[in-house]
Design a protein around this ligand. Structure first.
Ligand SMILES: Cc1cc2nc3c(=O)[nH]c(=O)nc-3n(C[C@H](O)[C@H](O)[C@H](O)COP(=O)(O)OP(=O)(O)OC[C@H]3O[C@@H](n4cnc5c(N)ncnc54)[C@H](O)[C@@H]3O)c2cc1C
Length: 416
């Protein structure tokens, strides 16, 4: 057992792994769990899943993108910005192969994906459902280890023929260790800071739906600190609307705020931001005659658009063959550890990449070199897709901020 890791939890332990290829998945968030469930259902692999958290406690409401469960190229490209990007970046054959893999996903897992693509779901409900599914499957038990995994642990756990997959999220464990040279934080990360923002979530006791007109008119008197509900993040569950949106803040505001707080803290410490929020919510109330339920939940985050420059360990193989553990064992980044954007459905993207990698791993006669190259290329294409969409949305957002100031607006436009 790697040093520093607690004994496996009781529920899903199998002391000896079957005589098959071992895959280590570090991080049992949504993406690590989905990948585990996919590999578990393939013959010839034994999966060892590592997670540091005891409980799934993240309750934020998330939605899966419909493209995730698409069954045709047309339905894969229905989003009006993303659809064009997908057509420009991917070859038709690649899209067909992706769809063919989806069709091979076991029905128990596919049923969950279809259900989540219909509406909103809490993040921990997704995590618990996939985790329970993994445990409930009778065959090919997944070995689980509860505890923090370090970089040294990952190197110590590896044996020839193993595969190591990092699903540890945006603060990836291995991202900066995938290439020879510097292991400084960010050495292998391209990061574009789009802005700093407050993510504000509240519950409202009536049906409320938002669109671009709503965003504009409810912010007309807010010269600064406009609250922008994410259209796809307002969700009416039959009695309550869940609303999530963002407010752009300055770097100085960001530095002066705690990472998480509520409405009263905002009113006491940043009255200008609170007034903008209150004006927005008052207009919602005037229109729909409801009340805010409970408090505002607020976190402050930097909105980062980023990617790992290397999403695999292929550089170790060519630079120092045989000398480093990662030169002999393929390492892959999947999910937020590989790519992230605040304006993209990141879980769906992570699931997409997990499906692609599972499809590669399933091809047991695929030379390792090809597997690494194909995964790198796929991640790069997904990055282009995310980059293009995210930049477009950021640009639209910047224009929106200046709608009432034609000169400022024109300053931001480049026409022809
Ligand atoms: C406010 C907010 C709202 C969001 N809304 C949406 C949305 O509507 N739709 C959407 O698609 N996405 C949304 N996202 C993004 C989404 O939550 C992430 O994309 C998703 O959680 C990434 O999944 P992941 O499995 O790659 O990483 P994570 O969810 O970060 O999971 C990583 C896992 O690895 C474990 N781990 C980390 N380090 C170690 C270690 N050293 N040892 C052992 N275990 C470790 C962690 O405990 C965790 O369980 C939102 C994010 C935020 C912050």
């Amino acid at each position: 057992m790697p040093p520093g890791i607690a004994p496996p939890s009781d529920s899903t332990t199998s002391e000896t792994l079957p005589a098959s290829r071992r895959v280590h998945v570090v991080g049992a968030g949504p993406v690590g769990l989905l990948l585990t469930a996919l590999l578990q259902s393939m013959e010839g692999f034994s999966v060892h899943l590592y997670e540091k958290r005891r409980e799934y406690s993240r309750t934020r409401m998330v939605q899966l993108a419909p493209y995730l469960v698409a069954d045709s190229v047309e339905s894969y490209r229905t989003d009006y910005i993303d659809g064009d990007n997908v057509e420009a970046i991917f070859d038709p054959q690649e899209l067909e192969e992706g769809l063919a893999f989806r069709k091979s996903i076991p029905t128990d897992l596919m049923a969950l994906l279809r259900q989540w693509a219909l509406g909103f779901c809490s993040l921990n409900a997704i995590e618990r459902a996939v985790s329970d599914l993994i445990d409930a499957r009778g065959s090919n038990a997944v070995r689980r280890t509860l505890g923090v995994v370090s970089v040294q642990d990952t190197m110590a756990m590896l044996e020839p023929e193993d595969i190591l997959i990092d699903c540890t999220g945006s603060r990836s464990l291995l991202r900066d260790h995938l290439a020879p040279g510097s292991v400084d934080e960010g050495a292998n990360t391209l990061n574009i800071r789009l802005e700093y923002a407050l993510v504000v979530t509240f519950l409202y006791g009536q049906m409320y739906a938002c669109n671009e007109y709503c965003k504009y008119y409810k912010n007309v008197e807010n010269a600064l600190y406009k609250f922008i509900p994410a259209v796809h993040r307002t969700y009416y569950d039959g009695s309550i609307t869940h609303v999530t949106g963002i407010v752009k803040i300055t770097a100085e505001d960001y530095a002066a705020m705690p990472s998480r707080f509520d409405g009263p803290w905002l009113r006491n410490n940043f009255p200008n931001v609170a007034e903008s929020m209150d004006r927005f919510i008052d207009k919602v109330k005037q229109e729909t005659h409801g009340e805010l339920l409970g408090n505002l939940e607020i976190i402050r985050i930097p909105l980062n658009l980023y990617r790992a420059r290397n999403a695999t360990s292929r550089q170790w193989r060519t630079a120092v063959p045989g000398e480093h553990p990662f030169a002999n064992t393929p390492v892959f980044l999947v999910g937020d550890s590989a790519i992230g954007s605040p304006y993209f459905q990141s879980i769906s993207l992570g699931f997409e990449c997990a499906m692609f990698l599972a499809g590669l791993i399933a091809q047991r006669d695929l030379p390792l070199r090809d597997m690494l190259d194909r995964y790198e290329l796929h991640i790069y294409k997904q990055w282009l897709r995310v980059y293009m969409r995210s930049k477009m949305i950021k640009h639209n957002k910047d224009l929106f901020e200046s709608l009432d100031d034609p000169l400022a607006l024109l300053d931001k436009l480049h026409i022809y």
